[in-house]
Design a protein around this ligand. Structure first.
Ligand code: ADE
Ligand code: ZN
Length: 324
């Protein structure tokens, strides 16, 4: 495939391989639950809530700024080797805070890992500070305040992941107001575990320009029309949806039906080692499942760049790479 890859949806801790997490656990003397890995050493993950619990257990092993710097460096150098030209990565400040890492030290480590990858490969990246819905409203607001009080040139977006069934989007209006006032681009996970109403509620309460996943919007044609009209972009992660049982196969993902209805869509790997995928595989599988041309795959990358949380000069450079 000819299309340069662009990814707007990958979580930092979710990008940590099982081997890396085990190595961190030994180095940092953290005991991990036995049942979080399968017999062959992969992450165990049998449904959404189990995935979240394994993910949070893995986070307890990633304990030092060096761990985070190595994680980000490894992710972006490996992804660049597979054809990624631009990536946005979700960063949760809660997980480093829970293991005693100060936010400013955390961001220094993230920037160090990224800058080494950038110097080596030329890859561009930005970061989306992310609150965790089921950690509650208070912690979410603290996350937004961190972004506000410690602006960082690489942190250009704000998001929310976690358990979509927890609370209501309107509970997080103040959190998103703080992030918006800070000048950050806004995205929120919705329409992954829950249906179309969850996406509408997020649009009404939080006014994001992008939705993480959003695939279950397909269940409401009025919502599909609204997404198309308002130009809201969906960060679609088909491999993640298959691993978590939302759809049975790539061909069952509504990504192309959404695109054909005028909704802007991009591709992401979400938590690649958990879901046995990577961004190159997501592009390959979607191209194969829907018999898409290289030009159609390039158009997906173009849509992602247009919706990216980066400055116009960076977008112009990236767009040139799509049309050399
Ligand atoms: N955090 C990491 N991956 C996630 C996902 N797929 N959904 C919600 N929160 C997440
Ligand atoms: Zn996600």
């Amino acid at each position: 495939m000819r299309a340069p890859l662009v990814e707007l949806h990958c979580h930092s801790e979710g990008a940590a391989s099982p081997a890396f997490v085990r190595e961190c656990a030994v180095r940092n003397k953290v005991a991990l639950p036995d049942n979080m890995f399968t017999a062959d050493g992969a992450y165990s993950c049998y449904d959404f809530l189990h995935f979240l619990s394994v993910y949070e257990a893995a986070c307890t092993a990633i304990c030092t700024p060096r761990d985070y710097a190595d994680l980000v460096y490894t992710y972006f150098t490996e992804a660049a080797a597979k054809g990624l030209i631009y990536g946005e990565m979700f960063l949760s400040s809660d997980h480093p805070a829970d293991v005693g890492i100060d936010y400013v030290d955390f961001m220094d480590a993230i920037a160090d890992g990224y800058q080494r990858a950038h110097a080596q490969t030329g890859i561009e990246a930005r970061f989306i500070l992310t609150c965790v819905r089921h950690f509650g409203v208070e912690r979410a607001e603290e996350t937004a305040k961190l972004a506000h009080d410690h602006p960082h040139p690489l942190v250009t977006g704000f998001g929310m992941g976690g358990d979509e069934n927890w609370g209501k989007p309107a509970d997080f209006t103040r959190t998103y107001d703080i992030a918006r006032d800070t000048g950050l681009g806004l995205t929120v996970h919705a329409g992954e575990v829950c249906g179309a109403q969850s996406v509408s509620d997020c649009l009404d309460a939080l006014n994001p320009t992008r939705i993480g996943h959003g695939v279950r919007s397909i269940e409401d044609e009025n919502l599909v029309a609204r997404l198309a009209k308002e130009g809201v972009m969906l960060e679609v992660c088909p491999g993640s949806n298959i691993a978590l049982g939302v759809y049975g196969s790539y061909a069952q993902s509504p990504i192309i039906r959404l695109r054909d209805a005028g909704v802007r869509v991009s591709l992401g790997s979400d938590d690649p080692p958990y879901f046995h995928t990577d961004i190159a595989n997501e592009y390959r599988q979607v191209q194969k499942a829907f018999a898409l041309s290289d030009d159609e795959m390039c158009a997906i990358s173009r849509t992602a760049i247009e919706a990216a949380f980066c400055d116009d000069a960076t977008k112009a450079v990236l767009l040139k790479k799509l049309n050399p």
